[in-house]
Design a protein around this ligand. Structure first.
Ligand SMILES: *Cc1c(COP(=O)(O)O)cnc(C)c1O
Length: 241
């Protein structure tokens, strides 16, 4: 994989079009979120110059810094997709447009209280631990609807849908099983909460399959920006903030 961001972006958009066509979906219904974590602002700008507008960040401090540095590009939509400690929620409420990793009411309440009345409501996806992995964040399948119900009354956040990071697997069959479970769950939730319009799933390795299983937003890092160096450690982030 080359690290020519313009070419990579074109290839990923082509994959989205091909995968959509293969399952008779309109490719305009699938949004590409470019995951720029650990990558420099100059890479974000290169993608921006090639038409990309949605960017995903995993680390609060790094994300806020990029948002501040790119403040003049007001049509960039910033998504927080990483795990969140509740003491940093105010940075998400203040700087981001979307938050994909909500997994408990306490954080929802804090984000709602911290989101200013001058901003549009923060878009939220609930992270689902679809394969019940012990080490992974997210609510279990059975608890999703109750959490959506609970956050309905919060006016400064809008629940848009569900997000998942399925269990890593080389087996297409195993991947498809997890993605289909999410598709079923999303349909059940939509039946009860018709305003839900976002199923955030699919990354560099499984975006094609995710689109076949109903994803409306794929989150792609490596295949756009190239391989990442090691992520900053939690300890470092805590001390810097
Ligand atoms: C890093 C990350 C991605 C992008 O993964 P790639 O395999 O690099 O495409 C997507 N979603 C989340 C939540 C991530 O942390």
């Amino acid at each position: 994989m080359s690290t020519n961001i313009a070419d990579n972006l074109m290839r990923v958009n082509q994959r989205i079009q091909d995968a959509s066509a293969a399952c008779n979906r309109d490719h305009n219904d699938i949004h590409l979120l470019a995951v720029s974590k650990t990558k420099p602002v100059s890479d974000v700008l290169l993608a921006y110059e090639n038409g990309q507008r949605d960017f995903g960040e995993n680390y609060v401090q790094e994300g806020v810094k990029k948002i501040q540095e790119l403040a003049e590009f007001s049509d960039i939509v910033w998504h927080f997709i990483g795990p969140l400690q509740s003491n940093k929620s105010k940075f998400i409420a203040e700087y981001f447009d979307w938050m994909h990793s909500l997994d408990r009411f306490k954080i929802a309440k804090r984000l709602n209280d911290q989101r200013s009345a001058h901003q549009s409501p923060l878009n939220i996806c609930i992270q689902v631990n679809i394969d019940n992995e012990e080490t992974k964040a997210g609510v279990s399948e059975e608890d999703v609807e109750a959490l959506i119900e609970q956050i309905q009354g919060l006016s400064r956040i809008t629940c848009r849908g569900l997000m998942t990071i399925p269990k890593a697997s080389d087996s297409k069959m195993q991947q498809r099983q997890s993605l289909e479970k999410m598709q079923d769950l999303f349909k059940r939730c939509q039946a009860r909460f018709p305003d839900l319009d976002t199923l955030s799933m699919g990354m560099s390795n499984d975006l094609d399959l995710a689109i076949a299983c109903g994803s409306t937003m794929v989150r792609v890092g490596t295949d756009i920006f190239g391989k990442r160096a090691q992520a900053p450690t939690k300890t470092k982030e805590r001390h810097d903030f």
